[in-house]
Design a binder for this molecule. Sequence first.
Ligand code: IVH
Length: 722
Amino acid sequence: MRRCVHAYTYMGPDEMNINEANNRIQELRAAIAEANRRYYVESAPTISDYDYDMLMNELIALEKEFPELVTPDSPTQKVGSDLETAQNVAADDEGRIPAKGSNKFDQYPHRYPMLSLGNTYNITEIEEFADRATKGIGGGFTYSCELKFDGVAICLIYKEGRLHRALTRGDGTIGDDVTENVKKIANIPQRLSGFGWPADFEIRGEIYMPYKDFDRLNEEKIREEEQPFANPRNAASGSLKLTDSKEVAKRGLECTLYHMLGENLPFPTHDAALKAAMKWGLPVSDKRRICRNIVDIEEYIRYWDSERKKLPFATDGIVIKINELGYQTKLGYTAKAPRWAVAYKFKAEQALSKVLGIDYQVGRTGAVTPVANLEPSPLSGTIVKRASLHNADQMELLDIHIGDYAYVEKGGEIIPKITGVELSKRGSDAVKPVFPTVCPDCGAKLVRDEGEAKWFCPDSDNCPTQIKGKLVHFLSRKAMNVLAGDATIEQLYNHGYVRNVADFYDLQAGQLLHLDGWKERSVQRFLVSLEESKSVSFEHVLYALGIRHVGETTAKGIAKHFGSMDAIMSATREALLDVPDVGEIIADSITAWCADPRHLELVERLRKAGLKLSIGLADEMVSTVLNDKTIVISGNFSISRDEMKKLIEVNGGKNSGSISAKTSFLLAGEKPGPEKIKKAEALGVKIITEEEFRAMIPSADGEQKGIDAVASPDFPVQLTLF
Ligand code: IVH
């Protein structure tokens, strides 16, 4: 018998009142938004698909129970976006939004929205899908069952038999134009063969990276001391978004297509459309099967749940589609997904492996993570030798013993996790591990703060692993972006050249040239990279400092809110709590960090070295007085609406199309929309005139009326112009 302990507990909406529900909904939306950003934009997810779906299910249940709390921007109402930034550039006649700033690709609107799929996890949920379909159609239909490829969605547009354009999903409405990269994928034809293709049609599918190419790429990354990809899906999505298409050609990407769209397609069924596509030379999977009923579907699922392990690429489920195109049209779509298709997600692949021992790893923040050493076993295309046990409580919950057989799963992270223990296989020689009381690295007594799941080594300034971890983090790509691998940093530390992050900027060429493996060129490259890091923006410097709980997004929010390191260092806990998304844990962590005199000294050394310790406004930015303000405009102004939106943005504000409780104010011009005014009044959102608005922002001659640029309770910003 298999006994599993899952760390996740699902809280139902049953006993919540509306305030509690609202709080939980906000929490869930924030967690989902962050998970979406990590998944779609950064291709580096932090939670597993299963945990993501559980968050989403909880949100759906709460919104069902409290429909008054549903907002149009809830993740339940829209698909995730892989676009790096929101649109603020006008489209040309062809609908093209040119690449600009952090948008690396031109963008185009999708002719048909690119939606997602509803997920199911058991046969009962598939039966419910079948019942809904029968109700809508009335019977006499078939299902097309196919594999769910775990890659990145792509939309190919063919005109007159030639590949015209390739778009990513983007936000479902607008996608990135990755045609040049797609042309480098070997199995995507640029010209169709055969005959009978519609003059203008789209075919959608998935771009994925086979396991062998994924392993090769990651080995290369590790050799070059770069961060490897967590899984083939991330590798595929990262590769598709490379700006150098020659590099894409080397990545071994492949494509499979599963959905044809167009006006008046001449096919009765989805299956017939895909068969035709295959004849035109398009890559279509041959693992599809037409099923007549649930029994057939169940058999297909059972077969592929085990057979998929032999496939050379990753799959994460199957997709069940109503096969007849006429019935598909009849069933239609919800805002997020078709009603004619559903996904069945496979349970995460598991390995059962013997626990040989447990290491206690100290991270850069001092957190001690237990990691099990396992008898090597295959799992989703790789051999697993180590798996995380998270923390002491989790070890206790699992009741794990050394010598046990444990279930291992891969989540979104690189390191797999232990999800359960097979107690029936426990031998008499199994030994209960003892969580250390002192740091395995420096011997300091471990501490655990109230409410914390992890034990910590408190000696952050003397514990070698913590110091090295902080040094590595400081130079990493999303921090100071200095070209140096972990081994290089370890070498500098071992020679006593760097003990804290400020020491990097005191390094001399002469010192480095004496080190093993360093040549003039590598010394030069490293020093130039360090010099270049001095122009890294303040938000990255703040993130680089490695303050506990201050991740990339938090650092960005805090940097934008306070504007300078000095303002942060003198901020009270309350002032920190005013920053959106900063809660008590983060505020406490920052105040503790800033109160340490050693950190004051560190900041001074970094300032002397020339690092950016305050925000420099971007060329086109005029001020930050509207930071954290979400503004809705309505009516006519003395300038065009687009110009007004731009004016809001260059002063740091965010434009929004609809009013919610989060709207900072409604900027009403002449003849504002009566609905908007009504909604603003109902929600207590302030309504201001153009004149009042102009008094808030710096005027064209540089003078700013009605607002103090340095400190005002309503606009807590510090302006530091370079
Ligand atoms: S059909 C309207 N078929 O899974 C959506 N999608 O989790 C029609 N996917 O958005 C999609 N394999 O990117 C379809 N055989 C398959 C698929 C598939 C993978 C992806 C697709 C979809 C996502 C939903």
